[in-house]
Ligand binder design. Structure first.
Ligand SMILES: [Zn+2]
Length: 468
């Protein structure tokens, strides 16, 4: 039913996608640890896998999409103490904030958003199974650890051998571990921290390690063997490697068929970090840019490529999205209001599908949208405008009335002229040049320059603009 190919990190290859159960896709993505506002890296994970689940559904699959919420962890405990609030208050506040950010970016709600603290019994059952299978042991400090040496497939996702890991990675040296690479499944409560949050377990009071939660929650909601597991590239090792060790070690069969990882977000070509002062939350960015511009910016890059955030790139994304909305404006609003269905037989739809089926190649799919926009500008075709809106809707773009985007302009009013005003003046200038009225054309260029807008004429009669 689908010609979809997915780059599978586990195979290091693009593979034809074939679901375990025909017509159904079970998808799990590692979600946020809720102790602070979501940053640009989170925005990317949310938007990328939203696009993935939308395309799977548009391809006719019945999708079950799970994105978990980590609501217990060292950082959460630490932050709650600093803020003098309960863990529940802290995590609830940031879950609400995350939902607001996701909604602003056009991210649809996953089918399930399990919270780790609600799945402790499932985690305990899994740790018990691992102990039975000889893969878990309780150390002298009370922690229960996973014995990576006893799981032969360890390293298969990240492509690392245990010896490489031991030599190269920073490993956790801990008195209770038999091997420094072993990771914790259950953290014993410490006598010295009586207020610590803890649960009862066969190994004494304590709380779960981070990795076990995803194995337990995905198993409960999607089964022990499911189709696609996604997350940021930074989770490949050790988190996803450890998930495989846990789930396959407990169940003795394949855990996931396709592993998908989105690339890093960089800021002005540097790693984003609080210490470098180039750390942006989604909220910071939305003060300057329309959320749809941010979504467009994320999807215009291929999900596996690094994504470089800079004001210039966001300005460019805004300008490009303005071009698409301007094309929709060529058509009376009533003709677009009720558009939902894509005309599948039409040539652009076929190219769009081909791109999306090629490992979710959104930059190529978006280039098809620009081809459509160019044709609409020439032909004023209502049918093509409907097609543009419908195709863009498949990846969650261009669904507002054109005027609401073009006039709304978060940040675009700053220089006095809205993006729509500028586009209108550029159109007038092109018309003046065609009529050989060069004085008028030059006058418009000068007027825009005075407002801080610089024009650049490109081959094919196109004019790009930027704010100087
Ligand atoms: Zn996870």
């Amino acid at each position: 039913m689908s010609n979809l190919k997915i780059y599978n990190t586990l195979a290091r290859d693009k593979q034809a996608f074939s679901p375990i159960e025909p017509g159904k896709v079970r998808l799990y993505v590692c979600g946020m640890t809720v102790y602070d506002y979501c940053h640009l890296g989170h925005a990317r994970v949310m938007v990328v896998f939203d696009m993935v689940q939308r395309w799977l559904r548009a391809s006719g699959f019945d999708v079950t999409y799970v994105r978990n919420i980590t609501d217990i962890d060292d950082k959460i405990i630490q932050r709650a103490i600093e803020n003098r609030e309960s863990i529940g208050q802290l995590t609830q506040r940031f879950i609400i904030a995350m939902d607001e950010d996701a909604a602003a970016l056009g991210v649809q709600k996953p089918d399930h958003e399990p919270r780790a603290t609600a799945y402790v019994p499932q985690m305990l059952a899994m740790i018990g199974q691992l102990e039975k299978n000889g893969l878990a042991y309780q150390g002298s400090d009370g922690d229960v650890n996973y014995s990576v040496r006893d799981f032969p497939g360890y390293g298969k996702l990240s492509g690392k051998s245990l010896d490489d890991l031991r030599a190269g990675e920073r490993v956790d040296v801990n008195a209770g571990k038999r091997d420094p690479l072993d990771f914790v499944l259950w953290k014993a409560a410490k006598e010295s921290e009586p207020g610590e949050v803890k649960w009862d377990s066969p190994w004494g009071k304590g709380r779960p390690g981070w990795h076990i939660e995803c194995s337990a929650m995905s198993g409960e909601l999607l089964g022990d063997h499911f189709d696609i597991h996604g997350g940021g590239q930074d989770l490949q090792f050790p988190h996803h490697e450890n998930e495989i060790a846990q789930s396959e070690g407990a169940h003795r069969h394949t855990f996931v068929n396709y592993w998908m990882h989105n690339g890093f977000v960089r800021v002005d070509n540097e790693k984003m970090s609080k210490s470098l002062g180039n750390f942006f939350t989604i909220r910071d960015v939305l003060k300057k840019y329309d959320p749809e511009v941010v979504r467009f910016f994320i999807l215009r890059a291929h999900y596996r490529s690094p994504l470089n955030y800079s004001d210039a790139h966001l300005d460019d994304a805004r300008q490009a999205l303005t071009r698409l909305y301007t094309a929709l404006k060529e058509v009376p609003v009533d003709d677009l209001a009720a558009v939902t269905a894509v005309d599948q037989g039409e040539a652009h739809a076929q190219r769009f599908a081909e791109a999306m089926n090629d490992d979710f190649n959104t930059p190529v799919a978006i280039a098809v949208l620009f081809d459509l926009a160019n044709e609409i500008n020439k032909s004023k075709s209502v049918a093509l405008a409907r097609q543009l809106k419908a195709l863009a809707g498949v990846i969650g773009l261009l669904q507002r009335p054109a005027d609401s985007f073009l006039k709304g302009g978060v940040g675009s009013e700053a220089a006095g002229l809205s993006a729509a005003d500028i586009e209108a003046k550029i159109a007038a200038r092109i018309a003046a040049k065609k009529a050989k009225n060069f004085a008028e054309a030059d006058g418009i260029r000068a007027e825009l320059a005075a407002a801080g807008v610089i024009l650049e004429d490109k081959p094919g009669g196109l004019t790009e603009w930027r704010r100087g």
